[in-house]
Design a protein around this ligand. Structure first.
Ligand code: APR
Length: 253
């Protein structure tokens, strides 16, 4: 992949009035969180049905046992990687307007980004299905599953979107707004397999955005909407973009 591709990407990002980053599980793989699909993916070891809302309500203990293993054991140790940190630096430099993420790992927040919209919610909070109180996950003892509300005894559910649940209104409307007005749309680490999240990038393309995609391998988007495909690990590709954007000494222009 030529140096000129990174020059081209940096020039597009510098000229762009409204840039959106759209991230999936691939951006967090180098933080130690496995992806859902592909080699070693979570769904090759666990049945996604355990994260279907009907199953959770009928079998809360069994569902929570999977949830704890899949998410809470990993998330306590994972840290943002270079890719998250470069997005934060771009936001601070006024080069990034929105992050729309499918991830629930809170790593964009931990990297210091602000304009984040979480299409599938966030795992940091639990909600009581009876009294609707919220609790930070740090306050909940997960030695006894399923966790229950200390106020009313109701069942606690992670505040992320289960299969079969609706996308929260704010991230949904913000994603559609971003898809409507982005000059550059930067897709990082997603297969594009899951509805309705996977409708957002094609909408951005229809509205005239230039699509830049970072992935270790082609995704559903690559042959259809991607204008510039940077094949490689998110942290490496974002590191090269960072050099072009912020290290004038390396830039010959
Ligand atoms: N750098 C960049 N991309 C990577 C890396 C990496 N180091 N490692 C893997 N990838 C890519 C894979 O090639 C794949 O395209 O990241 C993508 C991960 O795909 P998925 O696991 O399907 O993740 P995602 O697309 O975010 O899934 C969407 O599915 O299960 C639901 O709600 C869950 O939000 C998730 C949604």
């Amino acid at each position: 992949m030529g140096n000129d591709q990174f020059e081209q990407v940096a020039s597009l990002l510098k000229k762009s009035r409204f840039t959106t980053a759209y991230t999936g599980a691939g951006i967090s793989v180098e933080s130690g969180i496995p992806p859902f699909r592909g080699v070693g993916g979570i769904w090759s070891k666990y049945d996604p049905a355990s994260l279907e809302i009907g199953y959770f309500l009928d079998h809360p203990k069994e569902s929570w046992e999977v949830i704890k293993k899949l998410f809470y054991n990993y998330f306590q140790v994972s840290k943002p990687n270079k890719a998250h940190l470069v997005l934060t630096r771009m936001e601070m430099a006024g080069m990034l307007s929105r992050i729309i993420t499918q991830n629930i790992d809170n790593l964009h927040q931990e990297a210091g980004s602000h304009h984040i919209f979480e299409f599938h919610g966030n795992s940091n909070k639990l909600i009581c299905l009876t009294c609707h109180r919220n609790f930070p996950v740090s306050e909940i003892n997960m030695d006894h599953l399923p966790p229950t509300c200390r106020e009313c005894g109701g069942l606690l559910k992670p505040d992320f979107v289960f299969f079969g649940e609706a996308i929260p209104q704010l991230p949904l409307s913000s994603a559609y707004e971003a898809a409507g007005c982005s000059d550059v749309f930067l897709i990082i680490g997603t297969t594009g397999e899951v509805m309705p999240a996977n409708q957002i990038p094609p909408l951005a393309k229809q509205n005239g955005a230039t699509i830049i995609e970072i992935n270790t391998q082609p995704s559903n988007y690559t042959p259809n909407i991607t204008d510039i495909f940077l094949q490689g690990k998110a942290s490496e590709m974002m590191g090269k973009i960072e050099e072009k954007l912020f290290s004038p000494s390396l830039n010959n222009n």
